[in-house]
Write a protein that binds this ligand. Structure first.
Ligand code: F6R
Length: 241
Protein backbone atom coordinates (compact mmCIF):
# COMPACT_ATOMS: atom_id res chain seq x y z
CA UNK A 1 0.00 0.00 0.00
CA UNK A 2 1.16 3.50 -0.80
CA UNK A 3 0.51 5.57 2.33
CA UNK A 4 0.22 9.37 2.26
CA UNK A 5 -0.11 11.22 5.57
CA UNK A 6 -1.39 14.79 5.47
CA UNK A 7 -1.77 17.56 8.00
CA UNK A 8 -5.55 17.87 7.66
CA UNK A 9 -8.49 17.25 5.35
CA UNK A 10 -7.84 20.38 3.33
CA UNK A 11 -4.44 19.03 2.31
CA UNK A 12 -6.10 15.64 1.89
CA UNK A 13 -8.55 17.19 -0.54
CA UNK A 14 -5.69 18.43 -2.70
CA UNK A 15 -3.76 15.16 -2.55
CA UNK A 16 -6.86 13.10 -3.31
CA UNK A 17 -7.66 15.37 -6.21
CA UNK A 18 -4.20 14.64 -7.66
CA UNK A 19 -4.95 10.90 -7.58
CA UNK A 20 -8.11 11.53 -9.64
CA UNK A 21 -6.21 13.80 -12.02
CA UNK A 22 -3.57 11.12 -12.54
CA UNK A 23 -6.20 8.41 -13.06
CA UNK A 24 -7.85 10.56 -15.73
CA UNK A 25 -4.48 11.18 -17.38
CA UNK A 26 -3.97 7.39 -17.40
CA UNK A 27 -7.26 6.93 -19.27
CA UNK A 28 -9.62 5.91 -16.48
CA UNK A 29 -13.24 5.89 -17.64
CA UNK A 30 -15.21 4.49 -14.74
CA UNK A 31 -14.98 5.95 -11.24
CA UNK A 32 -16.33 4.20 -8.16
CA UNK A 33 -17.46 6.92 -5.76
CA UNK A 34 -18.27 7.22 -2.06
CA UNK A 35 -20.39 9.52 0.09
CA UNK A 36 -19.95 10.57 3.73
CA UNK A 37 -17.85 13.43 5.11
CA UNK A 38 -14.50 12.10 4.00
CA UNK A 39 -14.54 12.64 0.21
CA UNK A 40 -16.07 16.12 0.45
CA UNK A 41 -12.81 18.11 0.18
CA UNK A 42 -11.69 15.96 -2.75
CA UNK A 43 -15.00 16.60 -4.54
CA UNK A 44 -14.60 20.33 -3.80
CA UNK A 45 -11.21 20.31 -5.51
CA UNK A 46 -12.63 18.42 -8.49
CA UNK A 47 -15.53 20.88 -8.80
CA UNK A 48 -13.12 23.84 -8.68
CA UNK A 49 -10.89 22.31 -11.37
CA UNK A 50 -11.22 22.14 -15.12
CA UNK A 51 -11.09 18.33 -15.14
CA UNK A 52 -13.61 16.98 -17.61
CA UNK A 53 -15.80 14.01 -16.61
CA UNK A 54 -18.47 14.58 -19.27
CA UNK A 55 -17.50 11.34 -21.04
CA UNK A 56 -16.97 9.38 -17.80
CA UNK A 57 -19.12 7.00 -15.79
CA UNK A 58 -19.53 6.88 -12.03
CA UNK A 59 -20.80 4.02 -9.88
CA UNK A 60 -21.51 4.73 -6.22
CA UNK A 61 -20.86 2.30 -3.43
CA UNK A 62 -24.14 2.40 -1.59
CA UNK A 63 -27.57 3.82 -0.87
CA UNK A 64 -29.99 3.70 2.05
CA UNK A 65 -32.99 1.44 1.55
CA UNK A 66 -36.26 3.33 1.71
CA UNK A 67 -34.98 6.78 0.73
CA UNK A 68 -35.88 8.33 -2.63
CA UNK A 69 -33.09 10.02 -4.55
CA UNK A 70 -34.77 13.33 -3.82
CA UNK A 71 -34.53 12.79 -0.03
CA UNK A 72 -31.88 15.10 1.41
CA UNK A 73 -30.14 12.28 3.26
CA UNK A 74 -30.07 9.89 0.33
CA UNK A 75 -26.71 9.22 -1.21
CA UNK A 76 -28.05 10.07 -4.66
CA UNK A 77 -28.96 13.54 -3.35
CA UNK A 78 -25.53 13.87 -1.69
CA UNK A 79 -23.75 13.06 -4.94
CA UNK A 80 -25.90 15.42 -6.99
CA UNK A 81 -25.26 18.24 -4.51
CA UNK A 82 -21.53 17.71 -3.97
CA UNK A 83 -20.44 16.65 -7.41
CA UNK A 84 -22.74 15.77 -10.30
CA UNK A 85 -24.74 19.02 -10.49
CA UNK A 86 -21.49 20.98 -10.66
CA UNK A 87 -19.28 18.53 -12.56
CA UNK A 88 -21.39 16.56 -15.03
CA UNK A 89 -20.61 12.94 -15.83
CA UNK A 90 -21.86 11.03 -18.88
CA UNK A 91 -23.79 8.64 -16.64
CA UNK A 92 -24.00 8.11 -12.89
CA UNK A 93 -25.19 5.00 -11.06
CA UNK A 94 -26.40 4.75 -7.45
CA UNK A 95 -28.47 1.85 -6.09
CA UNK A 96 -32.21 2.54 -6.10
CA UNK A 97 -33.23 2.89 -2.45
CA UNK A 98 -36.90 2.50 -3.39
CA UNK A 99 -36.52 -0.73 -5.38
CA UNK A 100 -39.39 -3.07 -4.57
CA UNK A 101 -37.41 -6.27 -4.96
CA UNK A 102 -34.05 -6.06 -3.14
CA UNK A 103 -32.69 -9.20 -4.78
CA UNK A 104 -33.51 -7.91 -8.26
CA UNK A 105 -31.97 -4.54 -7.38
CA UNK A 106 -28.75 -6.19 -6.18
CA UNK A 107 -28.61 -8.21 -9.42
CA UNK A 108 -29.26 -5.13 -11.52
CA UNK A 109 -26.45 -3.26 -9.77
CA UNK A 110 -24.02 -6.16 -10.22
CA UNK A 111 -24.81 -6.03 -13.92
CA UNK A 112 -24.09 -2.28 -13.97
CA UNK A 113 -20.68 -3.00 -12.39
CA UNK A 114 -20.02 -5.90 -14.79
CA UNK A 115 -20.86 -3.66 -17.76
CA UNK A 116 -18.62 -0.84 -16.49
CA UNK A 117 -15.48 -2.28 -14.87
CA UNK A 118 -14.23 0.24 -12.30
CA UNK A 119 -10.89 1.86 -13.05
CA UNK A 120 -10.59 3.82 -9.86
CA UNK A 121 -12.53 3.40 -6.62
CA UNK A 122 -12.54 5.91 -3.77
CA UNK A 123 -13.37 4.52 -0.33
CA UNK A 124 -13.93 5.91 3.14
CA UNK A 125 -13.74 3.59 6.14
CA UNK A 126 -16.07 3.08 9.09
CA UNK A 127 -14.83 3.17 12.67
CA UNK A 128 -15.45 -0.58 12.67
CA UNK A 129 -13.45 -1.07 9.47
CA UNK A 130 -16.38 -1.25 7.04
CA UNK A 131 -15.86 -0.32 3.40
CA UNK A 132 -18.96 0.56 1.44
CA UNK A 133 -21.46 -0.80 3.93
CA UNK A 134 -19.74 -4.14 4.19
CA UNK A 135 -19.85 -4.52 7.95
CA UNK A 136 -17.53 -6.79 10.01
CA UNK A 137 -18.23 -10.45 9.32
CA UNK A 138 -19.17 -9.91 5.66
CA UNK A 139 -17.70 -12.39 3.18
CA UNK A 140 -14.81 -11.05 1.11
CA UNK A 141 -16.46 -12.61 -1.97
CA UNK A 142 -19.86 -10.94 -1.66
CA UNK A 143 -21.33 -8.80 -4.44
CA UNK A 144 -24.12 -6.19 -4.14
CA UNK A 145 -26.43 -6.95 -1.24
CA UNK A 146 -28.86 -5.44 1.23
CA UNK A 147 -27.13 -4.86 4.57
CA UNK A 148 -28.45 -4.61 8.11
CA UNK A 149 -26.36 -1.67 9.25
CA UNK A 150 -24.31 -2.14 12.42
CA UNK A 151 -25.56 -0.18 15.44
CA UNK A 152 -22.24 1.73 15.48
CA UNK A 153 -22.75 2.73 11.83
CA UNK A 154 -26.27 3.97 12.55
CA UNK A 155 -24.91 6.00 15.48
CA UNK A 156 -22.04 7.42 13.40
CA UNK A 157 -24.44 8.45 10.62
CA UNK A 158 -27.08 9.89 12.98
CA UNK A 159 -25.21 13.21 12.80
CA UNK A 160 -26.72 13.78 9.37
CA UNK A 161 -30.32 13.19 10.52
CA UNK A 162 -32.62 15.21 12.79
CA UNK A 163 -33.16 12.14 14.96
CA UNK A 164 -31.23 8.86 15.30
CA UNK A 165 -34.52 6.99 14.73
CA UNK A 166 -34.68 8.53 11.25
CA UNK A 167 -31.49 6.75 10.13
CA UNK A 168 -32.47 3.89 7.82
CA UNK A 169 -31.45 0.54 9.26
CA UNK A 170 -30.66 -1.05 5.92
CA UNK A 171 -28.66 -0.06 2.88
CA UNK A 172 -27.63 -1.50 -0.46
CA UNK A 173 -23.90 -1.90 -0.75
CA UNK A 174 -21.53 -2.87 -3.49
CA UNK A 175 -19.80 -6.03 -2.25
CA UNK A 176 -16.18 -6.48 -1.26
CA UNK A 177 -15.74 -8.87 -4.19
CA UNK A 178 -16.63 -6.05 -6.61
CA UNK A 179 -14.56 -3.43 -4.78
CA UNK A 180 -11.53 -5.71 -5.03
CA UNK A 181 -11.95 -5.91 -8.82
CA UNK A 182 -11.36 -2.15 -9.20
CA UNK A 183 -8.05 -1.56 -10.91
CA UNK A 184 -7.02 1.13 -8.45
CA UNK A 185 -8.28 2.04 -4.97
CA UNK A 186 -7.91 5.26 -2.98
CA UNK A 187 -8.94 4.86 0.68
CA UNK A 188 -9.26 8.08 2.63
CA UNK A 189 -9.69 8.62 6.39
CA UNK A 190 -9.46 11.56 8.75
CA UNK A 191 -9.60 11.88 12.51
CA UNK A 192 -8.76 10.02 15.68
CA UNK A 193 -12.00 8.00 15.52
CA UNK A 194 -10.61 6.18 12.45
CA UNK A 195 -7.16 5.43 13.95
CA UNK A 196 -7.98 1.91 15.18
CA UNK A 197 -9.59 0.93 11.87
CA UNK A 198 -6.59 2.29 9.92
CA UNK A 199 -4.10 0.40 12.11
CA UNK A 200 -6.16 -2.80 11.76
CA UNK A 201 -6.47 -2.36 8.02
CA UNK A 202 -2.76 -1.81 7.39
CA UNK A 203 -0.98 -3.70 10.18
CA UNK A 204 -3.52 -6.21 11.43
CA UNK A 205 -4.36 -9.68 10.11
CA UNK A 206 -6.47 -10.01 6.96
CA UNK A 207 -9.81 -11.02 8.44
CA UNK A 208 -13.48 -10.60 7.61
CA UNK A 209 -13.86 -9.09 11.09
CA UNK A 210 -11.93 -6.06 9.73
CA UNK A 211 -13.38 -5.70 6.21
CA UNK A 212 -10.84 -3.08 5.05
CA UNK A 213 -7.95 -5.48 5.82
CA UNK A 214 -8.82 -7.23 2.52
CA UNK A 215 -7.12 -4.29 0.79
CA UNK A 216 -3.76 -5.79 1.82
CA UNK A 217 -4.47 -8.29 -0.99
CA UNK A 218 -4.96 -5.60 -3.66
CA UNK A 219 -1.89 -4.51 -5.60
CA UNK A 220 -2.82 -0.87 -6.29
CA UNK A 221 -4.04 0.85 -3.14
CA UNK A 222 -3.28 4.38 -2.00
CA UNK A 223 -4.17 5.22 1.61
CA UNK A 224 -4.63 8.93 2.25
CA UNK A 225 -4.93 9.78 5.95
CA UNK A 226 -4.39 12.68 8.29
CA UNK A 227 -2.05 12.61 11.30
CA UNK A 228 -4.83 11.69 13.69
CA UNK A 229 -6.00 8.71 11.62
CA UNK A 230 -2.35 7.61 11.29
CA UNK A 231 -1.65 7.94 15.03
CA UNK A 232 -1.96 4.23 15.88
CA UNK A 233 0.31 2.96 13.10
CA UNK A 234 3.66 1.62 14.27
CA UNK A 235 5.45 3.11 11.23
CA UNK A 236 6.13 6.84 11.23
CA UNK A 237 5.56 8.99 8.13
CA UNK A 238 6.48 12.43 6.87
CA UNK A 239 3.43 14.67 7.03
CA UNK A 240 2.43 16.71 3.96
CA UNK A 241 1.38 20.21 4.91
C1 F6R B 1 -20.11 5.88 2.01
C2 F6R B 1 -19.53 4.63 2.47
C3 F6R B 1 -19.06 4.46 3.87
C4 F6R B 1 -18.26 5.67 4.39
C5 F6R B 1 -17.79 5.44 5.81
C6 F6R B 1 -17.09 6.66 6.38
O1 F6R B 1 -20.49 5.81 0.65
O2 F6R B 1 -19.47 3.71 1.71
O3 F6R B 1 -18.24 3.31 3.95
O4 F6R B 1 -17.17 5.89 3.55
O5 F6R B 1 -18.89 5.13 6.63
O6 F6R B 1 -17.99 7.72 6.46
P1 F6R B 1 -17.49 9.20 6.75
O7 F6R B 1 -16.68 9.63 5.58
O8 F6R B 1 -18.76 10.03 6.88
O9 F6R B 1 -16.69 9.14 8.00
Amino acid sequence: MNIIVVENEQVGGREGYKVFEQALANGANVFGLATGSTPVTIYENIVASDLDFSEKTSINLDEYQGLAGTHEQSYRYFMDEHLFNKKPFKETFVPNGLAEDPEAEAKRYDQVIADHPIDMQILGIGQNGHIGFNEPGTSFDITTHLVDLAESTIEANARFFADKNDVPRRAYSMGIGSIMKSKQILLVAYGESKADAIAGMIEGPVTEEMPASVLQRHDNVTVLIDKAAASKLSQKFDVKA
